[in-house]
Design a protein around this ligand. Structure first.
Ligand SMILES: [Zn+2]
Length: 72
């Protein structure tokens, strides 16, 4: 038995799941960042288009905090 035999025993089509590109139309970048909501299938984005970036959430929170400051 060789290593070659082991690699050939992998399921055909196994790599299909890894084949996802950014879901933004016209963007040809690799979709390395996935997000799944509930039962919806996972969507994938490149980092540039990824809508769930942690730093984006922080700036949203800062914006809200700023809005409340203006109300006070
Ligand atoms: Zn993209």
């Amino acid at each position: 038995m060789s290593l070659d035999t082991v690699s050939r025993s992998r399921q055909p089509g196994e790599s299909v799941l890894e084949n996802h590109w950014c879901s933004i139309q016209g963007c040809e970048k690799w979709g390395g960042f996935g997000f799944a909501k509930g039962r919806e299938p996972t969507r994938w984005w490149c980092w540039e288009h990824y809508p769930h970036k942690p730093n984006q959430a922080r700036s949203d929170a800062a914006e809200i905090a700023e809005a409340f400051k203006n109300l006070a």
